[in-house]
Design a protein around this ligand. Structure first.
Ligand code: UDP
Ligand code: MG
Length: 339
């Protein structure tokens, strides 16, 4: 990528006093943040992040992806960029969901290391200093693990724990429990991630799937600084389905085993009936057991069809090969349409 589009701000040796340090074409750090209706927290977020990044002393860019917000998020991002050209933003054409918004951000990041984090300050920017230190020691990925989930409700804690045990049991990739998207990734990890263009993406799975030398840092996850959560249980359930179907075909195989098991039971039962009829002669009663068998089998078939449907639906959406996201407008990049 050339620096043509930013060359006017690229001259750090100009000597003139500039209000904010000039952005460099390849900064050390790219901070990627997805924001959906975050007007209440963004100013707080920038203030804290910029303070921390100033302390770390590495060159950086902050890439904000406005995920189709309906509030003043776009205006706040534009104003932030006017103040500091190291802040760049992408306005997606509609709400694509956090995973795709983050993908857009990763695609546009130029830094030698990339740090995705949430806009609501639940990912404390102070940890970035530790990330950078471990990265300098040679790790390619440094991810944050929350050591207590006491800011989450009991229900969310239980469902998260259940989800991690199911997905780690079913799939080949090991997804560390209680690690979110908050992490530092070396350029080569980001380049590897960028090659994965599946639609139903579950970033946490992808992060593990690409591999590389990984280490973790633990932290206390604070509550949201302002505003409301953008997730509800229905969204989380769908998220979990994406995670499981994306990394495991075990449910499909289970369907097959069920089929086999029931076929076997039916055969044995049929054999038993045959013998019984031969020995004892025909008898008419048996309506209840017939109904039970019919209803049970019908239900089982629907469940299995549903599982197949989950995969088929995903296959269908992948087969269409639609772009992952549509950029409505962007500022700070040489050519946002380039990819
Ligand atoms: N987010 C997004 N698109 C969405 C939903 C959420 O970009 O459709 C962003 C949101 O702005 C925030 C991050 O994803 O920066 C995490 O969301 P949130 O804090 O609401 O999730 P929680 O922490 O409650 O799981
Ligand atoms: Mg949050």
């Amino acid at each position: 990528m050339t620096a043509a589009g930013v060359s006017d701000r690229n001259d750090t040796t100009g000597g003139a006093v500039v209000p904010a340090p000039a952005p460099v074409a390849v900064p050390t750090l790219s901070i990627v943040v997805a924001a959906y209706n975050e007007e209440e927290v963004l100013d707080l977020f920038f203030a804290r992040l910029e303070e921390v990044l100033g302390g770390i002393g590495e060159s950086y860019e902050i890439i904000c992806v406005n995920d189709g917000s309906r509030d003043r998020t776009a205006e706040i991002l534009a104003a932030a960029r006017a103040r500091d050209p190291r802040i760049k933003f992408i306005n997606l054409a509609r709400n694509f969901g956090k995973e795709l918004a983050m993908t857009a951000g990763l695609d546009h990041a130029n830094g030698r290391a990339v740090v995705p984090l949430d806009a609501d300050l639940q990912d404390p920017p102070e940890l970035i200093a530790d990330f950078v230190r471990l990265w300098r020691e040679g790790y390619d990925v440094v991810y944050a693990v929350r050591n207590a989930r006491n800011t989450d409700s009991w229900m969310k804690r239980r469902s998260a724990a259940a989800f991690y045990s199911v997905i780690n049991w079913l799939s080949d990739v090991d997804i560390p429990a209680n690690a979110g998207d908050f992490r530092l990734m070396d350029r080569k990890v980001v380049d590897a991630l960028k090659q994965v263009r599946e639609r139903n993406r579950f970033m946490k799975g992808l992060f593990s799937w690409v591999g590389f030398r990984q280490t973790s840092v633990s932290y206390e996850r604070p509550p949201r600084a302002a505003g409301k959560t953008k997730f509800n249980y229905w969204k989380l359930w769908n998220f979990a389905l994406d995670g499981i179907t994306g990394y495991s075909t075990v449910p499909l195989r289970i369907a097959g085993y069920f089929g086999l098991l029931f076929a076997l039971v039916a055969m044995l039962y049929g054999f038993y009936l045959l013998i019984r009829t031969i020995v004892l002669g025909t008898d008419v009663p048996g309506y209840a057991s017939t109904m039970v068998a019919v209803i049970f089998m019908g239900g089982m078939q629907l469940v299995v069809l549903g599982i197949i449907g989950e995969y088929l639906g995903r296959l269908y959406s992948e087969a269409k090969q639609r772009p992952l996201y549509i950029v409505g407008s962007a500022d700070g990049f040489d050519d946002p349409e380039e990819r």
